[in-house]
Design a protein around this ligand. Structure first.
Ligand code: OAD
Length: 241
């Protein structure tokens, strides 16, 4: 069903003991952060294999870092929007709650969300390619590209690139969160990237009601219980009011 009547999805959320949430780049669009696909999407102008793959980093770490440096700069000037804020309020209301995000921008953290599973990592952390050390890192712009670890090794953004597995145990934790919640809210993701997108059919199999919020149709629109069309910054506060 595709509706703009919020009565039914509101009732599902109100009655649910727990809610799991899966977010993607679309939730940060109204903060001015470009999405990856669709109009204005980053992957219209850049190739993921040139900028977001381990091979690209080995080939040209400086180029990859220039791109991440630019994205960090963009995010540092942005603020969480009404959709990020609405999720913080939802977390306070629900006993069982997990926010699963594919975003690396840190806007959920800045809004004040507590329990966050960052499936694709965090651009505000670096990881050493030599010793594996992992640390928070905020300077914008970075003073030297590529940055280095104290051990002398080259540091990379602590994010998941194409062809890389998710952090150990992360997907199991996300699946556990989804099967523990009678409602899954799917916000601003094209649901093209796996394994994250598999949480949607997984929720259906677990018997959850799945509510999608997106400005456009997605790979799973026909399979969800309710597809709400519109910007997350408007729809989510209205849905959760
Ligand atoms: P995409 O860029 O694939 O999808 C963004 C989705 O947000 C699209 O379905 C848009 O229609 C929707 N959208 C845009 N503006 C919106 C708004 N204001 N409100 C609601 N929806 C809106 O982003 P993701 O699905 O998050 O991975 O992409 C998944 C992964 O692909 C990313 O984490 C990244 C990327 O390559 C890695 O870097 C590993």
């Amino acid at each position: 069903m595709s509706v703009l009547d919020l009565t039914q999805p509101r009732a599902w959320i109100a009655e649910a003991t727990g809610v799991a949430v899966l977010t993607g780049a679309g939730i940060s669009a109204e903060s001015g952060i470009p999405t990856f696909r669709g109009p204005g999407g980053l992957w219209n102008n850049y190739k993921p294999e040139d900028l977001a793959s381990p091979e690209a980093f080995v080939r040209d770490p400086r180029l990859v870092w220039e791109w991440y440096n630019w994205r960090r700069e963009l995010v540092s000037k942005a603020s969480p929007n009404a959709a990020h804020d609405a999720l913080v309020k939802l977390e306070i209301k629900k006993r069982i709650y997990t926010l699963i995000t594919q975003n690396v921008d840190g806007l959920h953290d800045r809004a004040g969300s507590g329990k966050i599973l960052r499936l694709h990592g965090d651009i505000w952390r670096l990881r050493c390619t030599a010793c594996g050390a992992n640390w928070p890192d905020r300077p914008v712009p970075l003073p030297k590209l590529p940055p280095h670890c104290q051990c002398g090794g080259v540091a990379r953004p602590n994010v998941v690139w194409f062809g890389e597995p998710l952090p150990d145990g992360m997907m199991k934790e996300a699946e556990h969160a989804v099967e523990s919640a009678p409602v899954l809210l799917v916000i601003g993701t094209s649901a093209n990237v796996y394994p994250a997108a598999s949480l949607i059919p997984f929720a259906k199999q677990s018997g959850a009601k799945v509510i999608e919020i997106n400005t456009d149709d997605t790979a799973y629109t026909d399979h969800v219980d309710c597809a709400l069309r519109g910007p997350a910054g408007e729809l989510l506060p209205a849905l959760l009011a």
